[in-house]
Design a binder for this molecule. Sequence first.
Ligand SMILES: C[S@@+](CC[C@H](N)C(=O)[O-])C[C@H]1O[C@@H](n2cnc3c(N)ncnc32)[C@H](O)[C@@H]1O
Length: 241
Amino acid sequence: MPTVIKLGVPHPAAPQPNVDPVLSLGVPHPAAAPTQRHPVLSLGSPTLQRPNPTTVRSYHNTVLEESAVSLCGIQPGDPVLELGHGPGLGLEAAATLLTEPTGRLIGVDYSQYMHQMAGDRLKELVSSGKVSLYQCDVAAMPLAESMVDKVFHCNCYYYWPDLRKGAAEIHRVMKPGGVMGTTLRLSSVASFASRSEFPAENWQPKAYMEALRASGFNQVTMEDQQHKHITYQAIYDTAEK
Ligand SMILES: C[S@@+](CC[C@H](N)C(=O)[O-])C[C@H]1O[C@@H](n2cnc3c(N)ncnc32)[C@H](O)[C@@H]1O
């Protein structure tokens, strides 16, 4: 059994947790030694060692973030937004695609810890103005209307206490015709939900898709996709205005 039991990061107003918020995300602790081993390949290694659950979860997380980035079809000159960026893996992947001067990246996360961590990871891009990070709630972003072409997020909406507020805010900041996409591994999310990790039933894709439909996303789609041998669910749509 993994010793890590929490998937998410508590609301900033909540008391300090005893669990390390990075470990609780399933990403390696920054102080941990980097590993060169491919966690999936190691499943079949001659040593027959059991894979480290934290490493496997970290690998899944990276795959999901990369998939969320590619899901929304980022173009080199797009203004792009990531919601709940956590340590900044997805921001890092998206930034490499934004090669034109108009290509800008915005990240929001209400956790001070994650805001700081992503800021450290992307220090140079933040200094140059290519990347802007805001420590704020998805439901109240300090962003102008219709300013981004693409929005992506990963392992995030399950924590929003009010999905409709979050979905309405996404729609507000998106340009007409912009694309929003999120990725998740439903089996893993359901397993966390069974341990009461999330508020209410907000983790259910159906709940999030209904909130999107109520906010101006009229053709919300969910489908199975695959990347690096991992099957995941993708939810996406175009913002109509
Ligand atoms: C499970 S982590 C996922 C992080 C990252 N997307 C990844 O997959 O590695 C969820 C992140 O969403 C952030 N988050 C959750 N609810 C949020 C909200 N309402 N507003 C802003 N950030 C939120 C948390 O602080 C946390 O960093």
